[in-house]
Write a protein that binds this ligand. Structure first.
Ligand code: FAD
Length: 413
């Protein structure tokens, strides 16, 4: 039992899973969040996809071509407002990180984390009796032959990692997803039988209860002020100073402000995304599991009696302003694949969230040059899929069960 006092800043999915794992290692954990409860920001209404088969860093060799091509299209997966100098410099770093060899290293690190998350999620759901809306299987649909062929070229790599998949033609996909609109043209799909959809927020709320049973204290409505370079283990919370043996920053996009006095190399930018959630009208007309429309990078998932459509990468713009073009793209993809799943006239919940994105597209998990200051942040597009895995890695490093050298791709550098 090490009994050291740890502050976790942030109660999104990363903070909650990290607090839980740290507590199992014997740390005395307090979680601070400025919101009223957990999972109120990026972890609120994400796509729910946990796909070790498909998970890829944002900075892929093909993405920049796509970014240029899509700016004038009616429907687009990437939206760019007039870019600031900061955004341009961030994109420059991203282009470097997308170079083939680095891309594959980052992709492998993400896949390892996603596989760990899947395993851990299953263990926790079973052992703790957590109820979470889940469905099994993920279909990545390619509208063009060229993109399907490109995707096929990376399949041997998945075989090496032991990730099962199946290439499907139209009939094969309709067997998996009988409600799919068969008139929408597509070239084929890759089916990942072990990948899954699960409700991130529901899990975070349930795991918070379990963490509390282990003694973790959650302090909500608690704003933490930017950490000081003199002593980052001294927190100022709602104007009150508090001292800890370790501090773990899991603050999503809020990490930028929290860490700005420490001069750490963390070039994080918000990349906004959208989701629409609606009640399913007729279950037989809805998806059975998860699909990704690869052209628009939009996911459609079933979460209990609701359908959720999510995606879009928006650079710049106001955090609260919703882009009509983004929402139209989500509607288009839903109508293309499951036009009868929901009543479009009913109340549809539209949500906009900020992905805390690093240029390389994989997170930072590990220690900083400041004694006792640790990071688990920058999970970008895949923080749900990397949550339980990164929490295990970080808690293992802090308890000195895992050497940092095992996870150099996630190190701060
Ligand atoms: C549209 C969309 C769809 C997505 N779909 C998927 C998906 O299908 N699968 C997937 O794996 N990922 C997906 N993601 C990404 C995923 O949602 C995020 O990576 C993940 O939620 C990040 O979790 P987090 O805990 O790091 O951040 P957050 O959930 O944002 O949590 C950070 C917390 O820190 C708190 N905080 C910040 N600063 C302070 C401060 N100074 N004091 C106190 N508290 C503070 C905030 O209040 C917040 O609660 C999606 C994202 C979007 C936007």
């Amino acid at each position: 039992m090490n009994n050291k006092k740890v502050a976790v800043i942030g109660a999104g999915i990363i903070g909650v899973t990290t607090a839980y794992e740290l507590s199992l290692k014997g740390f005395k954990v307090t979680v601070f969040d400025k919101n009223q409860t957990c999972s109120e920001e990026s972890s609120f209404a994400n796509g729910g996809v946990i796909s070790p088969g498909y998970i890829t860093p944002w900075a892929s060799p093909a993405i920049f071509k796509r970014l240029m091509q899509e700016q004038f299209a009616k429907h687009a997966s990437i939206l760019m407002h007039f870019p600031s100098l900061e955004t341009l410099s961030w994109l420059g770093k991203s282009i470097k990180a997308s170079k083939s060899e680095r891309y594959w290293r980052h992709r492998q690190a993400l896949q390892k984390l996603a596989l760990m998350t899947q395993k851990r999620l299953k263990e926790l759901v079973q052992s703790l009796g957590i109820e979470v809306e889940q469905s099994q299987g993920y279909n990545v649909i390619y509208r063009s032959e060229r993109h399907l062929e490109m995707a096929k070229s990376s399949l041997p790599y998945l075989t090496d990692l032991g990730i099962p998949f199946q290439i499907l033609d139209k009939e094969g996909l309709l067997q998996k997803e009988p409600a799919l609109e068969s008139d929408t043209p597509f070239s084929g799909a890759i089916h990942f039988p072990e990948d899954q959809i699960a409700n991130c927020r529901q899990f975070a709320l349930a795991l918070r209860d379990e963490a509390e049973k282990l003694g973790v204290v959650f302090e909500f409505k608690s704003n933490v002020e930017p950490l000081s370079a003199d002593n980052p283990k001294r927190l100022v919370v709602n104007s009150k100073p508090l001292f800890f043996d370790h501090v773990v920053v899991c603050s999503g996009i809020g990490s930028v402000k929290l860490l700005n006095q420490l001069s750490l190399p963390i070039p994080m930018t918000p990349v906004y995304g959208y989701s629409m959630t609606a009640i399913i009208k007729e279950p037989l007309d809805a998806p059975r599991c998860g699909i990704l429309d690869e052209k628009y990078k939009v996911t459609i998932s079933r979460q209990g009696n609701r359908i959720r459509v999510g995606g879009i990468m928006e650079f710049g713009g106001e955090p609260k302003a919703q882009s009509p073009k983004a929402i139209q793209t989500l509607y288009k993809v839903l109508e293309d694949w499951f036009p009868k799943a929901t009543d479009m006239g009913q109340q549809i919940q539209v949500w906009k969230g900020a992905r805390a994105m690093l240029p390389k597209g994989s997170p930072i998990v590990g220690q900083t040059p400041f004694d006792g200051l640790w990071l688990n942040l920058g999970h970008g597009s895949s923080g749900w899929a990397t949550s339980c895995g990164s929490a295990q890695v970080l808690s293992g490093m802090m308890a000195q069960d895992i050497p940092d050298t095992d996870w150099l791709e996630l190190a701060l550098n």
